[in-house]
Write a protein that binds this ligand. Structure first.
Ligand SMILES: Cc1ncc(COP(=O)(O)O)c(C=O)c1O
Length: 483
């Protein structure tokens, strides 16, 4: 998305902004302003974007210019829009709000909010011991300048050993350490995706990957996931026929659906990518978080004979996002090219954090086992609560990862998220995981909070769903509605 939106683009993002099923209608201008606030709150509409002129948007939405004018006026009053005569209107962060780690907006004072917008765990108790051990090792590095563009040798060795343990022989020179998986993706896209190149992603997919692709001005197409995951014939056929420059896939406990790609499809996708000249980027963020105890399929790169697969991963999901340590596994020459690209971006990752990661990886068995136990209990508590409170909702219970992808009882995800916010629950609505306002029938629910908090959150979500159906319109469209 650029810095100016056309009327038709905003209309597409807004989707069914004024016709929520079963609700008494609020005035069109208030519903329009509420829908724009919703897009801003869940990150689909970035800050600093110029909105279409009133007349253009009115034409695209087939409403009167007075309606758009009044909606823009309300957005200006609430601080979501700043206008300059003759120049246009830009989206802005209202006073008293900040951008949260998930990219969603949140009130500054949100301590009581149950945050189901972000799918990440708090740090494990072993982190402090790992950090202390890392500090002990730090003097070894203090004599040098501290810049290691491909990462510390000992961390690269440890990550390579992790791949070898998964059945994929890997040398340290095939590993580059980054500041998290997202940074790894951004660097890989800089190297492999020229502006305007075609990129295939799953739908739904990880929203920050879509943001990274938008920054590269990639031409994104999607492969839709169903209740059972990937459609093998369609995925392989799409790669062979549309020959994207790159495909970005999350084969292990896909975010947000939780699906695990079979070994057979992994092999077929690699063969198709090789035949099509497509670079395959596999995001292995959740690979350690299998909850089923069954053996995992081989890594996608295990089927790669022509260095077409780039694997990215990191410590955020099994250990802690606050460390900002991730990595790329690629051919040694690609690693060198990535390191060269990095010099113009961030130069290198922090030495101390890399040492903490080495210590955590050395303690992996105990930490990951505890993570899996906690996540299994939390997943089961969340599934049971949803079944009890919202029996019409459906999902395929995932065998790993940290999220449920719920199919709702109607296309109400954005409206429900806005209503839940007022009851103290932050949600990431379905459309955030796709392009152009689709996926309104879906909602991602992470099970990264403790079980009692999840049960509490589901109670509030069920109340919000009820309100959406039956509460008087003016009540839920009140101007103080957050974002
Ligand atoms: C699929 C996927 N990739 C990347 C990331 C970002 O990971 P990191 O914190 O390592 O940058 C996430 C975090 O939620 C994710 O779900």
């Amino acid at each position: 998305m650029g810095t100016a939106l056309r009327g038709a683009q905003l209309a597409r993002l807004l989707g069914h902004w004024h016709s929520l099923p079963g609700r008494r209608r609020s005035p069109d201008y208030a519903a329009l302003a509420g829908a724009v606030r919703g897009l801003l709150a869940d990150g689909r509409l970035p800050l600093g974007v110029r909105l279409p002129a009133e007349r253009e948007l009115a034409e695209s939405l087939r409403v009167s210019r007075t309606t758009v004018s009044a909606a823009y006026g309300q957005l200006r009053d609430s601080g979501h829009l700043t206008s300059r005569r003759g120049a246009g209107s830009w989206t802005t962060l209202p006073p008293g709000h900040r951008v949260a780690s998930s990219g969603l907006w949140t009130p500054v004072d949100d301590l009581d909010l149950l945050d189901l917008g972000c799918a990440a765990l708090p740090a494990p108790p072993e982190l402090v011991g790992a950090a202390q051990a890392a500090v002990e090792k730090l003097p070894r590095y203090l004599g040098g300048a501290g810049y290691h563009p491909v990462g510390l040798g000992e961390l690269r060795e440890a990550v390579a050993a992790g791949y070898a343990a998964r059945g994929l022989p890997t040398t340290a020179d095939q590993i580059m350490i980054t500041n998290g998986t997202q940074h790894a993706l951004d660097l890989v896209l800089r190297l492999l995706v020229p502006g305007g190149a075609g990129v295939l992603v799953e739908s739904p997919t990880y929203p920050n990957a879509l943001a990274a692709l938008a920054a590269r001005r990639a031409r994104v197409t999607t492969h839709g996931l169903g209740a059972d995951g990937w459609d093998a014939e369609l995925l392989v056929g799409t790669i062979r026929q549309s020959r994207p420059a790159l495909a970005y896939l999350i084969p292990e406990f896909q975010n947000p659906t939780g699906h695990l790609m079979s070994a057979d499809l992994r092999e077929r996708v690699v063969l198709a990518a090789q035949a099509a000249g497509t670079d395959l980027v596999v995001d292995e963020s959740f690979v350690d978080l299998s909850l089923a105890g069954a053996p995992m399929p081989p890594p996608v790169a295990a089927f790669d004979r022509r260095s077409r697969v780039v694997s990215i991963g990191g410590v955020s999901k099994p250990y802690w996002g606050g460390l900002r340590i991730g990595w790329v596994r690629a051919s040694a020459p690609t690693v060198q090219r990535l390191a060269a690209a990095r010099v113009g971006v961030d130069m290198a990752s922090p030495v101390l954090d890399q040492l903490v990661a080495v210590e955590l990886l050395a303690r992996a068995a105990g930490i990951v086992a505890a993570r899996r136990r906690a996540l299994t209990d939390q997943r089961d508590a969340l599934v049971a609560a949803v079944r009890a409170e919202l029996p019409e909702w459906r999902c395929t219970v995932p065998t790993g990862g940290v999220t449920l992808w719920m199919e709702l009882d109607g296309p109400v995800s954005s409206a429900l998220s806005r209503a839940a916010e007022r009851l103290g629950v932050r949600l990431a609505p379905g459309p955030r995981f796709g392009l152009d306002g689709t996926l309104e029938r879906f909602l991602r629910l992470p099970y990264t909070l403790p079980a009692p908090a999840l049960v509490d959150a589901v109670g509030r979500i069920a109340a919000a769903r009820y309100d959406l159906e039956y509460a008087p319109a003016q009540d839920w469209a009140a101007p103080q509605v957050f974002a």
